[in-house]
Write a protein that binds this ligand. Sequence first.
Ligand SMILES: C[S@@+](CC[C@H](N)C(=O)[O-])C[C@H]1O[C@@H](n2cnc3c(N)ncnc32)[C@H](O)[C@@H]1O
Length: 452
Amino acid sequence: MGTSAPEHLNSSGCRIQYSQGKGRGVYASRLISKETIIEISPVLFFGPEEYETHGKYTALDHYTFKWKDGRMALALGLGSLFNHSNSPNVSYTLDTHTDSIRYKTIRDIDPDEELCIFYGHKLWFEPVGATELGTDSEPDNGWGGLVENYNQEEEAFDPDEVVEQDSLPFTRFKPPPEEEDLESIKTVPAWVVDIPEPRHITTLLKWLKVSGLEDPDLGHLKRIRKQDNQTTLLLSVEPVEPELPAEFELPSPFQIPVPSSAALTLTSLNLKTALWPTFYAPKRKGEMESWSHGKVKWARDAMQVVVAEAQRARSEGELPIFAFLPVSYEDGLDRTAAARDTRNSTSHPLRHAALNLIRMVADLNAEESEHGSNYLLTTKTVFLSHEPCIMCSMALLHSRVKEVFYLTPMPKTGGCGGIACLPMLEGVNHRFEICVWNEPPSDLTIDETLDA
Ligand SMILES: C[S@@+](CC[C@H](N)C(=O)[O-])C[C@H]1O[C@@H](n2cnc3c(N)ncnc32)[C@H](O)[C@@H]1O
């Protein structure tokens, strides 16, 4: 063993340092933000035969990654020096196009923090740190382990490329569109004019086309309203009163509120058309926001954190239930929060993971938010190890969360598809999308009668 670690010219803020009980490790020499590629290591291959007859009897066995075609690969550069953690802060992807391994931070990294990857559940050494799990008897569910990462080909795709619904690693349930009531319909003031002579309508419509008043923002509205023997023409939503052609001797235009968007449901169509004739544009059944490869990777990374932290919680005497609010994929700027179920340690029956998470968000935002809005998770996605119980599902609904992902369905107690599905109930004042991971890890099973 050398007496001091070699210097390494890695410009992404990594250094090599001895790590207590683990040999050398990779450390952050400055703050590194989430989703930073910190290393791309070229690999050196060993053919299956060479590996079987020689490689596996050498120290290299502790360093090699299994490649897709059965070869073993030794990461050069920093790649071989990342130590293992059950709650890794770095993910990696085998890039078969360039024969290299890319290492990326999963979350923001503090200066001097060790950068660790997840080796899988079958470890060949006694991991340092009381939080580490993993025995030979434990099934390797592949979560973040070598096998799974090696099957993850997202990096080989364009991160912005859309993933087909059927290829997503989770199943999505989208609530029906909101039924609107009169109060919730958004309107904009629009200029309209009554047309005393219906025979002028065609000419006026032609005039409108060349008048500069045609506005794509009005595409969801019909141009003409016929009501009580009165024909009215929609002119514009500009603040200034439009000038009308003098030859028709029209009365002065006036402003009225018109709906600002098309009607999604028949109920809203009726309500909106009472204001001004509106087009009906129901969302096609099953129509959902699309997911890109990059976003799927983001969700997978978040779920890896959930699994690792749920296992860690169990090793520390808690229930293996975990809730995680990652930095959102789109802006990558907001706060993250994470919470365990702490019913065991607190002897408090309401300390469920999802409730703890919502309370944590409220506490974090308490100083900055307007009174009463600090708990809101509007536009956010929450990742859970288990389907939330009815109480937690209601709390999530109350928090206005956008999406909830869970791994383990709870058919007897769950409130997001188990015994009930709260966001789909009639009359609730918010709906969120539910995404159920396709293959829940078997080692997070809890008593089926427990509320998660
Ligand atoms: C890929 S190497 C990592 C770099 C290694 N520490 C070195 O100095 O060369 C894997 C080896 O690091 C050690 N190691 C990695 N993670 C560890 C952990 N959490 N606890 C203890 N030892 C660890 C084990 O000896 C393992 O065989």
